[in-house]
Design a protein around this ligand. Structure first.
Ligand SMILES: Cc1cc2nc3c(=O)[nH]c(=O)nc-3n(C[C@H](O)[C@H](O)[C@H](O)COP(=O)(O)OP(=O)(O)OC[C@H]3O[C@@H](n4cnc5c(N)ncnc54)[C@H](O)[C@@H]3O)c2cc1C
Length: 366
């Protein structure tokens, strides 16, 4: 089939990888550049945390998330990312005065899914054996098998991959103004396809009246002074922060696109993505002083060695969400829309795309 994908952030790329596997010819439209650096998919920390997210999510997110974890490995290899998936587990901890937060967290999870009963409470020695630099915390929960996708690497490498595919035509800097079954409109002119996929994230508000943006801010820190290897969450009564280590920089790889995609980092350092605020406002303006103070104080309290880390980048973006904060698939002859992945894009995209392709009319026609 001759297929259009409108929006090449996270969902659009996961769709493209699946559709290329089936041998289709693709035209990829994006209003911004093909590097995808303005998409929410670029800003995301890329955590794959079906258990940890359950504190505020429904169990359907857990089921889809577990399925996505099985699918990411293959997708990343197809995109040429061989070192962008880590599944060494998540550490959840809290300051001594906030231990009730830790209790509340585990009780909530255990009330939602049976598997949460197997999550281990570990003491400071056990924590030190996993993460020597966090041994000063007296207690933590260790959730095995969670992990992260290196989101910036996924976007960067998938751009290179699609560039080299003869079955892909990129139409970057092309704002699609309307989508209909089998038709893509750019201002007054339209183009015909056998099928159209709408993966515009927040750009699809002209169709979804109940779609909203939820602001999130993240910091990129680089330092030689601390070595944490697993995503780590600190529970606090007023804010929740995570520190997500990025295993690989680009120090010794000369990639043409790595400057634009901000993959390269200060020599000898390790990068940590620290986030993220969650503010009910559709506002993409730069990070606020309040968010900076809260997140940076929390990270310094997590380990004082973060004090000398360098803030190399800050990112703000809005998560596309519906009222129920659940993803939505709409299918009709000639058109599939996928949206509302909210704060779970990496956790959900492979499974949601699989569901859309398996259950949709698209499948009957292909
Ligand atoms: C701060 C932050 C942290 C996050 N952390 C995580 C995390 O750790 N784990 C996790 O699972 N998820 C995380 N997410 C959520 C995740 O990023 C989103 O759920 C996901 O990116 C949504 O994917 P999408 O493809 O729908 O939208 P996007 O990734 O935003 O892509 C939409 C694309 O459509 C394009 N577009 C829009 N309108 C048009 C148009 N008219 N014509 C052409 N192109 C158009 C845009 O330019 C963009 O490239 C985070 C999000 C934020 C903001």
């Amino acid at each position: 089939m001759n297929i259009a994908i409108v929006g090449t952030g996270l969902v659009g790329r996961v769709l493209a990888l699946n559709l290329l596997r089936e041998g289709h010819t693709l035209t990829l439209f994006d209003k911004d550049s093909k590097e995808g650096v303005t998409s929410a998919g670029f800003t995301a920390a890329g955590m794959l945390a079906p258990f940890a997210e359950l504190e505020t999510a429904e169990s359907v997110i857990f089921d889809l998330g577990k399925r996505s974890q099985q699918l990411w490995g293959k997708l990343l290899k197809e995109a040429g990312v061989y070192d962008g998936l880590q599944q060494k587990g998540t550490i959840i901890t809290a300051h001594p005065q906030d231990m009730s937060e830790l209790e509340h967290f585990i009780t909530t999870l255990r009330n939602k899914v049976d598997e949460a009963k197997d999550i281990d409470l570990i003491n400071s020695q056990e924590l030190a054996s996993l993460e020597p630099e966090l041994g000063h915390h007296s207690k933590a929960y260790y959730i095995k098998n969670e992990g992260q996708v290196d989101s910036q690497r996924f976007l960067s490498f998938s751009t290179t991959h699609f560039n080299s595919c003869s079955k892909v035509t990129w139409r970057e800097h092309t704002e699609v103004t309307k989508i209909e079954p089998k038709k893509v409109y750019i201002n007054d002119s339209s183009e015909d396809f056998d099928w159209v996929f709408d993966s515009r994230g927040l750009g699809a508000k002209e169709h979804f009246e109940d779609l909203r943006g939820v602001r999130g801010e993240v910091f990129w820190l680089e330092t030689k002074d601390i070595n944490i290897s697993r995503p780590t969450r600190l529970l606090h009564p007023r804010y929740k922060i995570y520190i997500v280590p990025r295993e690989n920089g680009c120090e010794d790889i000369e990639l043409e696109h790595c400057k634009d995609c901000k993959i390269s980092q200060l020599p000898g350092t390790k990068r940590y993505i620290v986030g993220a605020t969650q503010i009910e406002s559709e506002d993409n303006s730069p990070v606020s002083v309040r968010s900076t103070l809260e997140l940076m104080s929390a990270v310094f309290a997590m380990h004082t060695n973060f004090g000398e880390a360098r803030i190399v980048n800050t990112e703000t973006n809005c998560r596309p969400a519906f009222k129920d904060n659940l993803p939505r698939i709409e299918n009709e002859e000639g058109l599939t829309r996928i949206n509302g992945l909210y704060r779970h894009g990496y956790l959900l995209a492979p499974a949601v795309v699989e569901k859309a392709l398996n259950e949709g009319i698209y499948n009957d026609k292909s």
